[in-house]
Structures are given as structure tokens and as C-alpha cells.
Design a protein around this ligand. Structure first.
Ligand SMILES: Cc1cc2nc3c(=O)[nH]c(=O)nc-3n(C[C@H](O)[C@H](O)[C@H](O)COP(=O)(O)O)c2cc1C
Length: 324
């Protein structure tokens, strides 16, 4: 599967790591990158948060020196603030600015941002136009297929995006009202692909190489974005990357390799977020890494009772090195 150009960057293989708030931070993106993705996208950064200039927001926009091409994702409903956020993203090294109009979270929708915007096509056009004019890097957009089953407007939004100068569109094949229920509709993603000539990336429920190929076949998309399947399982990206490049699939990591990844992830979380936050965040990651492994439920129950960082490291080491 050939990649595609986005500004001066080549997205090859056309495999993207999905932005996931609280998960795809700089430490985890670094781990995912080595498994052969074409580009990364940061977690969503609200334009209001940019305006408030919090230290935490700054950290969310930090990119590794070798993390390119990378998009910083922003969201917001007020063109003026979204423009400022876009300029701020470029100043932080973004190769592209990605606008999120796919977030179904109530808090975001209440401010008529995220996927709520999909109901107001004029507002979509206004925001996209403002951001495209504000920055001189490619602006990309991430959407769902519409607000609900009765008001799917994915093809119209795709056309608006192209007209306003958006250079790549990612479509999560669910409506807002579906939240994360049911299965993503990959044919619906194809409606966007048929409507425009910019690259369209399909997203939703890709869990392995076979499902990535199915999504591409059913939607006709130019690439695929993978989210939840990488939780505790970032090496799945190597499998998908290989199949997109017509190469044999790599074997899953050995026990030792898996522990190295977990250990590196834990240490990087500590360095990036500080001990207190890392200590909380590691619980969900360790739970995902241990999913399906022997006696993992007992391990998780015990792990969740530990609060002290060095003890968490020791318990994780004992479990991941010790299992067959
Ligand atoms: C915990 C979580 C956080 C997410 N945060 C974001 C986000 O910040 N920006 C965004 O555009 N999408 C976000 N998403 C949506 C994902 O990028 C993706 O569209 C969705 O999970 C479907 O893909 P998947 O089935 O491969 O997970 C999030 C999803 C999850 C599960």
C-alpha cells in the first residue's frame, strides 16, 4: 500500500496512531513509533486550555526531536481561539495541525466543539477556513460520520473540508450518538473517500492486520488509524505496518521484550509526568499489558493496591519477567 504526501512530508506506511487523551502521551507515542507508523497525533488540546496557558497543556504539545511527521491536535468552536491554538501548535513544532471534530465527550460537545460541530456545517466551514488561513502547515481534520443515524453527513463534511483547504481527513466510522458502541461502519467511511480527492484515513475497530485490510477494502481509504487496539499491545502496529508494506508479519514480542517495553513505558511516564501522576497512570497501562496473560486478574488486583512507585516497578518486574 503506497503512502501519500502531506505537505513536505511523506506518510509511509499510511498507518497512523490515533490520538487518545490520557493514553497517547509523549512516552507512549515514542514506544508506538518504533513499530513502524507513518505519523503520530498528540492527544486533543482544547483551544481554551491553550488560552489559559497551563503548564500541563504545554507538556501535551511536547514532541520528541525525532517525532516527525507529527500533528498536534486542537479543538474548539470559536474561530479566534482555534486560530490562536493552531499558531501555538506550529510554534511547538507541529508538522500539521489536526482539528478534532469527532470527540463525543459531553463536556466537549456542550461547548459545541468535538462532534457536536458536525450538526452545524456553516460553523465547520468557518472554523476550518480560519485555521487554514492562520498557519502555513497542512491542516487536517478528524470527524465521525455524523451526529446520529438519521443525520449522517460525512460526505458533505468531507466536501466542505476539501473546499476549505483541509489536506487530510480521518473518519471514525461511528456517529456521535453511537459513542463507542456497536461496530464502526467502514462503508460509511468510504462515502467520504468517494466525495473528495484529499487523502482519507479510515478509523474504528481495527485490531490487527486482517481488520486493517478489511477496512481499506470496504472503504477504499488511503490509510488506516489505530487506537484502542494498541493499548497494552503497541506491537500490533508492527503487524499492520508489515502487511501494508507487503512484508511478512513479525512475531509477537518474547517475554523479555514485552517486559522491556513495559519497563521503558513506566520509566518514561515517570520522567514525563512526575511520580504522583505516573503512579496513577501506570495502573491502566499495566492492566492492559497483562491482559490475557497467566494469573493476570490476581496480579492486577494486587498491583492496584500498591501506591509507591518503586514497589510498583518491582511488582511489575516480578510479574512480567516471571510469567511463561
Ligand atoms: C480513551 C480515549 C481517548 C480518546 N481521545 C481522543 C482525542 O483526544 N482526540 C481524538 O480525535 N480522538 C480521541 N479518541 C478517539 C480515537 O482517536 C479513535 O477515533 C477511536 O478510539 C476509534 O478508533 P479505535 O477503534 O481504533 O479505537 C479517543 C478514544 C479513546 C478510547
Amino acid at each position: 500500500m503506497p503512502g501519500f504526501s502531506l505537505g513536505r512530508h511523506r506518510i509511509d506506511p499510511p498507518l497512523l496512531l490515533a490520538p487518545m487523551a490520557g493514553i497517547t502521551d509523549r512516552p507512549f507515542r515514542r514506544i508506538c513509533r518504533r513499530f513502524g507508523i507513518g505519523m503520530t497525533v498528540t492527544e486533543m488540546i482544547a483551544s481554551r486550555a491553550v488560552e489559559q496557558g497551563r503548564e500541563r497543556t504545554e507538556r501535551m504539545a511536547e514532541l520528541d526531536a525525532d517525532e516527525h511527521p507529527a500533528a498536534i491536535q486542537i479543538a474548539g468552536a470559536e474561530p479566534r481561539f482555534v486560530m490562536d491554538a493552531a499558531r501555538w501548535a506550529v510554534a511547538h513544532g507541529a508538522d500539521m495541525v489536526d482539528i478534532n471534530m469527532g470527540c463525543p465527550v459531553k463536556k466537549v460537545c456542550k461547548q459545541v466543539a468535538g462532534s457536536a460541530l458536525l450538526r452545524d456545517e456553516l460553523a465547520v466551514a468557518r472554523i476550518l477556513r480560519a485555521v487554514v488561513q492562520a498557519v502555513d502547515v497542512p491542516v487536517t481534520l478528524k470527524i465521525r460520520t455524523g451526529w446520529d443515524e438519521k443525520s449522517k453527513n460525512v460526505a458533505r463534511i468531507a466536501r466542505i473540508a476539501e473546499e476549505e483547504g483541509i489536506r487530510m481527513l480521518t473518519v471514525h466510522g461511528r456517529t456521535r450518538s453511537q459513542m463507542f458502541h456497536g461496530h464502526a461502519n467502514w462503508e460509511d467511511i468510504g462515502l467520504a473517500k468517494q466525495a473528495v480527492s484529499i487523502p482519507v484515513i479510515g478509523n474504528g475497530d481495527v485490531v490487527d492486520a486482517a481488520s486493517a485490510l478489511d477496512l481499506l477494502r470496504l472503504s477504499g481509504c488511503d490509510g488506516v488509524m489505530v487506537g484502542r487496539a494498541v493499548q497494552g499491545n503497541p506491537w500490533v502496529l508492527a503487524e499492520i505496518s508489515a502487511v501494508l508494506q507487503g512484508q511478512p508479519q513479525p512475531p509477537p514480542p518474547t517475554r523479555q521484550q514485552r517486559w522491556r517495553i513495559v519497563e521503558e513505558h513506566m520509566q518514561a511516564l515517570h520522567a514525563h509526568h512526575g511520580e504522583r501522576r505516573a503512579s496513577q497512570m501506570i495502573r491502566k497501562h499495566v492492566a492492559w499489558y497483562s491482559k490475557g496473560l497467566p494469573a493476570s486478574a490476581e496480579f492486577r488486583a494486587a498491583f492496584n493496591r500498591i501506591h509507591e512507585w518503586s514497589q510498583q516497578m518491582a511488582a511489575a518486574r516480578q510479574y512480567f519477567v516471571g510469567i511463561d
